[in-house]
Design a protein around this ligand. Structure first.
Ligand code: HEM
Length: 513
């Protein structure tokens, strides 16, 4: 991965030309628009030429590094230099004031030449800017995941949770793979009517390859700060990422087109299952009008790319929390037994009678944030906030992890404690930050919440989860590390998963079609 200090690797002439051009343009624009000479928000000391942009955290666990800086500079930290400005937001209040309430200014995405132009992800709504068709794409995705529509996906979730339970019974050590397979199967069935039967499925494998390449957050690469570098040839010293880009571009292309083509072929043969894609094709594509095909490919592709990883990560955190907090696990199970009994699995309609399990799902979103820095926003215009000037084109990074671990809002934030959401004065719902903000808030949030609830309720109802111990009975050290991509994915850890005698039969009988 590149850091700004690697500038020497880029080669003197390219570096110096880029610096001069970008620095000059940036200085001219900033002074022209800040007519009242308001101060910029505080940040680390700036050096001549590069400013303080080289202090943007990029080396892993960035959310903790921002949080540390916030203790020195406050909730808003500003970095600038080389023609770029970055604003880190470290409190929910500021995120709500700017990203939610001033959505018209704060909902664009930055240019991100690395991800969009080199890696070929420009079609993906997650990083799409206003000018690239955001409104049209967003509308279609949002319509497909409104609460009323989400309830129509429930049979698919029920089926795949049943498969998950069976898999956990037969091969408990592979729980991580089973979760990936379940989340992928749900998304593929809803989006493309494609039945996933195992991790070997070609589309699950494709998503795995994409996941392997997504180890850094968009915006953290040198080429994102100095877009001119993308014009240097792939053999240029320090441009190894250009070669890697060719591979990633092919994955992006396949993810967008291959499942779509499968639906097209099945529709032509009359064998297609009804799905989001088949419905959109029926509504928008005619023999003489194919103009909406790209839009449909993009919309389906973004659901495929965004929907599975996030839910898998939340569920892996669930196993971790249950290992570490056996008393929480037992209380949730007792609630399930008292409401659902031993003769059937939990169902969606049970949720209203399961306050503790519902609180557990909320605590899961808060405890180990899934997307700790969300997705970077960008200002579409200049702005003023608390007497400070925020330039147009500023990349805005919400530190969601810090907001969900604010000890004034969530006391003892590192503890997994669902009771914080119960009683007369519950803590605020973490969904207000965990799913992002304003016009870019996660459109899949209702669906994610439903899938997580059912999987968690059914697992707790049928399995006991415990921490592995060594030969002397001491808990094994788990040595978990979290990745730095958009989703902070934990590394594999061992976990003991055993069927409960009371409900074992329910897993064996779980209906599969
Ligand atoms: C626990 C699960 C999930 C979490 C924590 C999560 C979180 C997020 C966050 C933080 C963002 C960025 C919002 C912003 O820019 O402020 C986002 C965007 C997005 N999410 Fe999710 N997400 C989850 C599940 C899903 C699912 C299941 C889907 C699809 C079915 C989905 C689809 C999307 C899309 C399409 C965007 C981009 C929206 C845009 O840029 O306008 N997400 N999500």
């Amino acid at each position: 991965m590149f850091a700004l200090s690697d500038l020497a690797d880029v080669g003197f002439p390219t570096g110096i030309v880029a610096l001069t051009l970008w620095f000059g343009v940036f200085r001219w624009n900033s002074s022209r628009n800040n007519a009242r000479h308001l101060p910029l928000p505080p940040g680390p000391p700036r050096k001549y030429f590069v400013g303080n942009i080289n202090q943007v955290p990029t080396s892993g666990y960035e959310w903790l590094a921002y949080d540390k800086l916030a203790k020195v500079y406050g909730d808003l930290i500003y970095f600038s230099g080389l023609g770029n400005s970055v604003l880190s937001i470290n409190s929910y209040k500021v995120a709500n004031d700017l990203l939610d309430k001033r959505g018209a200014i704060y909902s664009d995405r930055p240019r991100l030449p690395m991800v969009k132009e080199l890696f070929g992800w420009a079609w993906n709504l997650i990083i799409m800017s206003y000018s690239e068709g955001f409104a049209e794409h967003r509308k279609l995705v949002q319509q497909s995941f409104q609460p009323q529509i989400v309830t129509s996906y429930r049979p698919v979730v029920v089926r795949e949770v049943g498969v998950l339970l069976k898999n956990l019974m037969t091969k408990p050590d592979d729980f991580y793979d089973h979760l990936k397979s379940m989340a992928g199967a749900i998304i593929m069935m809803i989006t493309y009517g494609h039945q996933v039967d195992s991790m070997e499925d070609e589309f699950i494998q494709l998503a795995e390859k994409v996941r392997e390449t997504a180890t850094t957050s968009p915006g953290s690469q040198l080429v994102d700060l100095l877009p001119i570098l993308k014009y240097t040839p792939s053999w240029f010293p320090g441009q190894q990422f250009a070669r890697h880009a060719v591979y990633v571009r092919s994955l992006s292309h396949d993810m967008r087109t291959r499942p779509y083509q499968q639906v097209q072929a099945q529709m032509a043969a009359g064998t297609a299952r009804s799905s989001l894609t088949s419905k959109l094709i029926e509504e928008h594509v005619t023999p003489t009008d194919h103009s909406k095909e790209d839009l449909i490919k993009n919309v389906a592709g973004v659901i495929y790319s965004a929907g599975a990883d996030t839910v898998v990560t939340a569920l892996v955190h669930f196993f971790l929390a249950m290992m570490q907090y056996p008393e929480v696990q037992e209380r949730a199970r007792q609630e399930l037994y008292s409401v659902v009994g031993h003769n059937r699995l939990p169902e969606f309609h049970d949720r209203k009678d399961l306050p503790y399990v519902s609180a557990l799902v909320k605590e899961l979103l808060r405890w180990k944030p899934i997307a700790p820095l969300g997705v970077v926003h960008c200002t579409a215009d200049v702005d003023e906030y608390q007497g400070q000037y925020i330039p147009k084109g500023t990349s805005v990074i919400p530190n969601i992890a810090a907001m969900l671990h604010d000890k004034d809002v969530y006391p003892c934030p590192d503890n997994f404690d669902p009771t914080r959401f119960l009683g007369d004065q519950p803590s605020p719902d973490p969904a207000r930050a965990a799913f992002g903000f304003g016009r870019r808030v996660c459109p899949g949030r209702y669906f994610a919440d439903e899938s997580m609830f059912l999987a968690i309720a059914c697992i707790l109802h049928t399995f006991h989860i415990s921490h592995p111990v060594d030969t002397e009975g001491r808990p094994v050290d788990l040595k978990i590390e979290w990745s730095s991509g958009l989703v902070a994915v934990p590394s594999y850890f061992p976990c003991i998963i055993q069927p409960l005698p009371e409900t074992r039969k329910l897993v064996i009988d779980a209906i599969l079609d």
